[in-house]
Design a binder for this molecule. Structure first.
Ligand code: C2E
Ligand code: CA
Ligand code: CA
Length: 398
């Protein structure tokens, strides 16, 4: 069934523009001539998405979010504004505080490709009412957890194989289960994907990880962080601005942040993810191609995106011990990284033999249970101190 969109603008041009860009079999576009009219319409009719100019005389983006939050079935929002990244960032925070799904904040004049990219998630979501009613409780719980204390990042140390120094950490998502346990990233991500909250999850992880990084920094400990992203946020037109806004908010230098993407996250001909990554790189953020060699696409991706690092998929490390072909692929990946002047991290190092193999093959950095498991922020600091003081010795490292 076609999704319903309400375009709110003082002139009919936004409605016309959207109707021109979007296929009418997928989206039906109606219009409201301002905030008051939009409120009246939204009280009686359901829309899947509201696209609105942020600076309407009778309702700005903040007021719109607050109004949408009062609705039983909340449409997602796209805001059009010329504001600077900090205002956009505040709008996003506001939407999260009110549990409203902000798909994107876009600049005027509206770019059809960006609108389509922002709407992709909505078009791919199922729309059955019965199903919606069934999942709404769990969804509310999940959303509440995302905004409060449900999500907690853990940090896994990353080591320079040549000198044994800690070069930073990778943050992973964990979920505080009601009984006191921690749920793994796989389970959290599954729920977020099913409910269409992958973008919110990644945003929140970025926020929590950068907040922790800023805190460490103020305490005198600079910890470079790798943070995982997903296709859902790479496809959002404002992703680069959101990341920059968070780094600024927490006083984190972009050069201390590396964003990890996997080959499955995007195609090499997709404009929005490529623009986001190019923009982030230009602003000084590091980019890392995760799970390298797990599929076939990465070679083209290495050509079109300014990566700084590849992370070799751990399956090759595991198999390289016995399997000659796996070993050749592993060596080729490290060699390719060297020739392209990228650094190469080997993840999933579980034994001293694997650590030695990664080192002998010329990899730069390593992560894995053998070095350190993912830990809470406080455990991580203790781990670094013990390691740097020589209390904790990892066999095979200088
Ligand atoms: P990944 O980024 O490739 O992360 C590596 C996974 O291997 C992590 O699992 C890590 O805990 C685990 N690991 C680390 N050392 C070892 C080891 O020595 N042996 C083995 N067997 N595993 C090891 P985790 O935390 O369950 O995350 C799974 C995947 O979920 C990640 O794969 C990443 O793709 C995704 N993920 C995790 N956190 C986030 C997040 O905050 N945002 C997004 N978008 N994705 C995330
Ligand atoms: Ca990763
Ligand atoms: Ca990986």
């Amino acid at each position: 069934m076609a999704k319903r969109i309400l375009a709110i603008d003082t002139t009919a041009s936004l409605q016309d523009t959207l109707a021109g860009y979007l296929s009418s079999s997928e989206f039906l576009v109606a219009g409201a001539a301002g905030g008051d009219q939009a409120r009246d319409i939204l009280k009686t009719e359901h829309f899947d998405v509201v696209v609105a100019a942020h600076q309407l005389a009778d309702m700005d983006g903040f007021a719109l979010i607050e109004f949408i939050a009062t609705q039983e079935r909340r449409p997602s929002i796209i805001l059009i504004s010329d504001d600077d990244p900090m205002v956009r960032h505040k709008i996003r925070d506001h939407a999260m505080a009110y549990s409203v799904n902000l798909l994107a904040t876009l600049s005027a004049p509206v770019d059809g490709e960006l609108v389509k990219a922002a709407l992709r998630d909505v078009a791919s979501l199922g729309g059955g009412d019965a199903e919606g009613a069934q999942t709404s409780l769990a969804e509310t719980e999940f959303m509440r957890g995302l905004m409060t204390d449900g999500l907690s990042p853990v940090f896994q140390p990353k080591i320079n194989l040549r000198n044994g120094k800690v070069v930073g950490a990778e943050a992973f998502a964990r979920w505080n289960a009601p009984g006191g346990g921690l749920l793994g990233a796989g389970a959290v991500i599954k729920v977020a994907r099913e409910k269409g909250y992958m973008d919110v999850l990644t945003y929140r992880m970025l926020e929590l990880a950068l907040q922790q990084q800023g805190k460490w920094r103020r305490e005198g400990k600079d910890v470079p962080l790798s943070i995982n992203t997903s296709s859902e946020n790479l496809r959002k037109a404002d992703f680069a601005d959101v990341v920059s806004g968070l780094a600024e908010q927490f006083g984190v230098d972009p050069s201390m942040v590396r964003l990890e993407v996997t080959e499955a996250d995007f195609q090499v001909d997709e404009r929005v993810p490529l623009e986001n990554l190019a923009l982030l790189h230009a602003r000084g953020f590091g980019l890392s191609l995760d799970d390298f060699a797990a599929g076939f696409a990465p070679l083209m991706q290495l050509k079109v995106i300014p990566f700084d690092e590849i992370v070799v998929d751990r399956t090759f490390l595991v198999r390289a011990g016995e399997d000659g072909v796996a070993k050749i692929i592993f060596e080729a990946a490290i060699d390719l990284a060297r020739k392209l002047k990228l650094s190469c991290t080997v993840e999933g190092v579980e034994t001293e033999t694997q650590l030695k193999m990664a080192k002998d093959m010329g990899a730069d950095y390593a992560q894995g249970y053998f070095i350190g498991k993912p830990m809470s922020a406080s455990e991580f600091l203790i781990w670094i101190e013990d390691y740097e003081d020589g209390v904790l010795v990892i066999p095979g490292l200088p």
